[in-house]
Ligand binder design. Structure first.
Ligand code: LLP
Length: 420
């Protein structure tokens, strides 16, 4: 039975909640800035994908790059979710979290020999290959080790995907990702003559934060063309990986996963391939809230600044992509004056902001704000610039709360450094 989807971080009696906890209480307990995740919401997202694509033999390979925290990953693993990884480090994380290697796909435009070896040793499900050299290297390594290396080729379908920022488009011909169809077909033909290679599938990923169905349909059609061509030549694949990139409602529109399932499933029907999807953002993005405390307000000319204890080191997306994240008071105060402000962090950069020209109730010093939709590409893109320890991560699952990453200490900041 499809369940009604709930929104994470509802307000009750004027206070934002997470599971059965008050966010104000959690901020007192763990301090600020604080990354907070609602796992129960992630669970509903997993269910939505599974229901939407139930007739496709779906392998849901969570894109670890979106949020690789071990606590979160391992709980996703217990739901039977696999992993889409892009580095040896992400392979390590996925295995540490208990995700079965048979559910791991390894993407990435530049894999090193050590990373390929680690994937072979772990016996992952497949390497999504992005260069000719990579497949040659894989063949050589599999030959030396004995056994067969499973692979798919990432196709570049030459689709300019409608993403909010050019940095997150990956499907057009002039991007560094994937291989042109003709090159891919030649590679499959070559691989068919190599006993140590196992052509297991085919892959495409067209970009991130896409809210329209049409580009996925187009990508799927162009991949299916290759599948049919190969089949005629006796090369039978097992999976079709359509990547991730499904958009979430940062400031309005999002991808309707169920509608996408209805649109794509019939096209897959007679392909006899199992579908792999690699959602990152759409599983965890909305499940994250960055809780920050207001340090002060400053009026400078026509500008009003709200200065918070979180900045670009904690959440890079606003300054890097001009990304929009909703900001709400954690505890509502009635009859607040509304103003237009820049919400800025303490980092010594003018580009250090969380929101520009945002109309919002003017908070007082010491009050808490919640920055929304930070579960994906939030903590993972944080840094220690300005020698700022990174915030803790806390995961709530209904009436349970777990500290899944401690706040960094000054000792952590200098770990590995040497005074000669
Ligand atoms: N599969 C591949 C091969 C990818 O490159 C990506 C994302 C995904 C799956 C997952 O995409 P998602 O479902 O999360 O959109 N830092 C940027 C996003 C970069 C995405 C890179 N690749 C941001 O903060 O918007």
């Amino acid at each position: 039975m499809p369940q009604a989807e709930f929104r994470p971080f509802p307000s009750t009696e004027g206070v934002i909640r997470c599971g059965s906890f008050s966010v104000e209480d959690l901020a007192d307990r763990y301090g600020t800035p604080l990354y907070l995740y609602d796992f129960d919401f992630i669970r509903t997202r997993v269910r939505t994908f599974r229901e939407a694509f139930q007739d496709t033999g779906l392998l849901l390979a969570y894109s670890v790059k979106a949020n690789g925290n071990l606590g979160l990953l391992s709980r996703l693993g217990t739901l039977g979710v696999g992993a889409d990884i892009v580095s040896g480090g992400e392979l390590f994380r996925a295995l540490q979290a208990g995700i079965g290697p048979g559910k791991v796909v390894f993407a990435g435009v530049g894999k090193t020999e050590e990373e390929l070896r680690a994937g072979l040793e772990a016996q992952i499900y497949s390497f999504n290959v992005e260069t000719v050299e990579e497949l040659h290297r894989l063949e050589e390594m599999a030959r030396e080790r004995g056994g067969r290396a499973p692979f798919g080729i990432r196709i570049n379908p030459d689709i300019l995907s409608p993403t909010p920022h050019e940095y997150t488009r990956t499907g057009h011909a002039e991007s560094k990702f994937g291989l042109p169809v003709q090159v891919a077909v030649e590679l499959y033909r070559w691989a068919a003559t190599r006993p140590h290679l196992h052509a297991r599938g085919i892959d495409v990923h067209i970009g991130s934060q896409i809210v329209e169905q049409a580009p996925y349909k187009r990508a799927l059609m162009s991949v299916l063309e290759v599948v049919h061509l190969l089949r005629k030549e006796g090369i039978q694949l097992e999976y079709l990986d359509l990547g991730g990139g499904f958009g979430i409602p940062y400031d309005g529109e999002s991808m309707d996963i169920r509608a996408l399932g209805r649109e794509l499933t019939p096209l897959l029907k007679d392909s006899e391939l199992r579908l792999i999807l690699e959602p990152g953002r759409s599983l965890v993005g909305e499940a994250g809230l960055l809780v920050t405390r207001v340090l002060g307000l400053k009026v400078a000319g026509a500008k009003t600044f709200v200065i918070t204890d979180a900045g670009m080191t904690d959440l890079l997306r606003p300054s890097h992509y001009g990304a929009y994240h909703g900001i709400r008071p954690v505890v509502e105060v009635e009859n607040r004056e509304v103003g237009v402000v820049d919400v800025v962090g303490p980092v010594c950069e003018t580009g250090d902001f969380l929101a520009l020209d945002r109309e919002m109730p003017l908070p007082g010093p010491g009050e808490l704000l919640g920055i929304e939709n930070v579960g994906a590409y939030g903590f993972v893109m944080s840094s220690n610039y300005n020698a700022r320890p990174r915030p803790p991560e806390v995961m709530v699952d209904r009436d349970e709360v777990f500290l899944i990453r401690e706040r960094e200490t000054y000792g952590d900041l200098v770990r590995g450094e040497v005074i000669p």
